[in-house]
Ligand binder design. Structure first.
Ligand code: ADP
Ligand code: MG
Length: 204
């Protein structure tokens, strides 16, 4: 991938993220069945179906409009915590996204997306939620951009940080979402939402 990405690149990124989720949805539901209600994989597949529909229907050829449309589509997915939070990530990214994005632009867009998510939830790093993958991924993007990396390597760094963040949730106790109800029994299982974020960045 080059120094900058355009609308078409973003479309490809979104489709690859959806493919990653689809390929792993059974695992996601299995993780959610430990402390939650076992629906995370199917909810994420529905969310990615809405994402793809929004991508297909988008005639704007504008990155900010694409992200806004994708965000709204995902927000409409029923089935708990995931739709509103993930939808907010994409729609808030559109606030800072430009039509052509370099690594710094991508970092700024994801920072805006994370800020939007953090307006929706009080979950902090260490609470065993999607935040545990999202915060390190966005931090890694910012560092990569500051280090002068191109977009491709910067996204690679973000994917590695998201995977490490998701893995870090195994030893944590859930303090948000349904899994908080099982208290210390949530320790030992990777958080499904953090795993989804990690898969999305892997797809990107
Ligand atoms: P639900 O728990 O409503 O069935 P899902 O199973 O789709 O929703 O998603 C569960 C995931 O959502 C959790 O693994 C966690 O990462 C994330 N999550 C749930 N509640 C919150 C919250 N309040 N803040 C941040 N993330 C949350
Ligand atoms: Mg669930």
């Amino acid at each position: 991938m080059a120094q900058t990405i355009s609308y078409d690149d973003f479309v490809r990124m979104l489709r690859c993220a959806a493919a990653q989720i689809r390929a792993n949805h059974e695992h996601l539901s299995q993780l959610d069945s430990v402390g939650g209600d076992g629906d995370h994989g199917t909810t994420m597949v529905r969310a990615m179906g809405c994402l793809e529909k929004a991508v297909d229907a988008d005639t704007s050829a504008q990155v900010p409009a694409l992200l806004q449309n994708v965000g709204w589509a995902i927000m409409g997915v029923d089935g708990g915590a995931t739709g509103p939070l993930l939808g907010t990530l994409f729609s808030s990214m559109s606030d800072a996204a430009n039509q052509v994005l370099d690594a710094a632009g991508i970092a700024a867009a994801f920072e805006a997306g994370l800020a939007g998510v953090q307006r929706q939830t009080k979950a902090q790093l260490g609470d065993k939620t999607m935040i545990d993958a999202l915060v390190p991924a966005v931090g890694a993007l910012r560092k990569a951009a500051d280090d002068g990396l191109a977009v491709g390597p910067a996204l690679q760094c973000a994917a590695e940080a998201a995977a490490a963040g998701a893995a870090s949730t195994v030893t944590l106790q859930a303090r948000f979402g349904r899994a908080r109800n099982i208290k210390e029994q949530s320790i030992g299982t990777q958080d499904p939402g953090a795993t989804s974020i990690s898969l999305i960045f892997k797809g990107f």
